[in-house]
Design a protein. Structure first.
Lengths: 121, 366
């Protein structure tokens, strides 16, 4: 089973997307912000893919990606955010994001992208 | 008295009155402006309650959808198990019916062979009985001949006179014997005919061929075998209908699972509206703070902080820069009449023609 780490400060997003991913056959770990997500990564196991929000308290998505990339160079990281502006995308890309999804994302689109990025998923 | 001085006094009084009125108005505005902060706090609190309520509603919705999904899965699983069990049981019943048909066919052959053998034996008996009848006929012929001989003997005895008296007695006895023999032979013949008739009845139709009873038996056995085959066919039809129904239930459960997934995805609206409301809450907080500062400036209780002295336009721009989604920028541009952002960034809040819009894709892999 492939594992996905979901990072978002919205309880609603964590609950709903967790349910969507579990229904699709993924194992799911969740974190409420970038700091908690780094702790989850440190505790292991290593996820097959990370989906993170941009605007979060304590440590936002860009900061989290920069930190996460120091130890997880090849794990695909998707930004999932309400923000769609190009400057933010460029910032995410520079930080090490693999892709950008704008909320609200259709569940089948999210699953399709994850399957595209995770071999064998 | 100086006339000029006399006319100046009313003007000075009027100015004092006007100044007092102005000061009162300024004081009123100042107090009202300071009250705006309280109003903004209340509105901010109310918006916070809206966010909380939508979050509770959204999480409840997710929980309920997961329960529905779980129930739908359980129903589909139950139907699948039911079909599997029905498959197994009906399959076994079908196999038993097949074995039963096979056994019955073998039994039919055995019974038919047995009955055919029995009929042949009875037919042989009938023929033998008929042969016995020929013997009784022969006895009757002998009895008739004996009777003729007895008559002749009686005639000869009468001719002999008294010398033939003894012979006459013997001739009469012989005649009596021939009658008794004829009667006995006829009774034997009747008994043989009756026995043959009963044997023919045993064979079925009295024709004595023995074929009809066998074909009748075979027809009845074939009927039972056909009934068995019909049961077999009914099992197959029942299984097919069950599979069709189960397939429909499975499709509907699958559709339901798809719908629950869509609803789970749609719950993202709460996060989006939460962020929009949080922006409004921040704007309200700034508005309250600005009202307080302006009110204090008006009533002279405090000097205005340079940070609070920013113009309303600057506040609008700051608000715009804090947006986290294109929808907010679009609403901002439509409301203020400022150019719509072309690259996702807010333009200064001054009126101008809308800039050409470049839609950023909702999904992009780098």
């Amino acid at each position: 089973m492939h594992h996905v780490l979901l990072v978002d400060d919205s309880k609603t997003i964590l609950m709903s997307l967790r349910a969507v991913l579990v229904k699709a056959g993924f194992g799911v770990a969740t974190a409420g912000d970038g700091v908690e997500a780094l702790e989850v990564l440190k505790a292991g196991p290593k996820p097959s893919l990370i989906v993170t929000d941009l605007n979060m308290p304590r440590l936002n998505g860009i900061g989290f990606i920069k930190e996460a990339r120091k130890t997880n160079r090849f794990v695909p990281i998707l930004m999932l955010t309400t923000e769609s502006q190009q400057s933010s995308r460029d910032e995410g890309k520079a930080a090490g994001a693999t892709g950008w999804l704008v909320k609200p994302v259709a569940p089948e689109a999210l699953i399709s992208v994850i399957k595209q990025l995770v071999p064998g998923a | 008295m100086n006339p000029v001085r006399r006319t100046w006094r009313p003007h000075r009084r009027l100015r004092r009155q006007q100044a007092a009125a102005t000061a009162e108005r300024v004081g009123t505005v100042g107090r009202e402006l300071q009250a705006v902060a309280g109003l903004c706090d209340v509105l901010t609190g109310q918006l916070g309650a809206v966010v909380e309520e939508t979050e509770v509603a959204a999480t409840t919705l997710v929980e309920r959808m997961l329960m529905i999904d779980s129930s739908a899965g359980a129903v589909a699983g139950g139907i699948s198990d039911l079909v599997q069990r029905a498959d197994d049981q009906l399959g076994e019943a079908r196999a038993q019916a097949g074995r039963s048909t096979e056994s019955l066919t073998m039994l039919v052959e055995l019974v038919v062979d047995f009955v055919a053998g029995r009929d042949a034996a009875v037919l042989g008996l009938v023929q033998e009985v008929h042969a016995l009848n020929r013997h009784s006929e022969a006895i009757r012929k002998i009895a008739k001949a004996t009777n003729v001989l007895a008559l002749n003997a009686q005639i000869e005895a009468a001719r002999a006179g008294s010398a033939g008296a003894g012979f006459q007695v013997v001739a009469e006895e012989v005649q009596s014997l021939s009658r008794t023999s004829d009667t006995a032979a006829r009774q034997i013949g009747d008994g043989i005919e009756e026995l043959a008739a009963r044997l023919r009845e045993v064979l079925g139709d009295g024709a004595g061929t023995g074929t009809t009873s066998v074909s009748s038996l075979r027809a009845r056995m074939d009927g039972i075998t056909q009934d068995n085959r019909d049961v077999h066919r009914l099992f197959d039809e029942a299984l097919e209908r069950l599979h069709t129904s189960a397939s429909k239930v499975d499709d509907e459960a699958s559709d339901l699972a798809g719908l629950t997934t869509d609803v789970l995805g749609a719950v993202q609206f709460q996060d989006i509206t939460r962020q929009m409301v949080e922006q409004v809450q921040q704007a309200l907080a700034g508005l309250g703070k600005r009202g307080t500062a302006l009110g204090q400036l008006l009533d002279g209780t405090a000097a205005i902080d340079p940070a609070d002295a920013a113009s309303a336009t600057a506040s609008l721009d700051a608000l715009c820069q804090g947006y986290v989604m294109q929808k907010q920028r679009d609403v901002h541009a439509a409301t203020t009449g400022s150019p719509a952002p072309s690259d996702g960034r807010c333009s200064p809040g001054r009126p101008g023609p809308p800039a050409p819009r470049k839609e950023a894709p909702a999904f992009e892999l780098f």
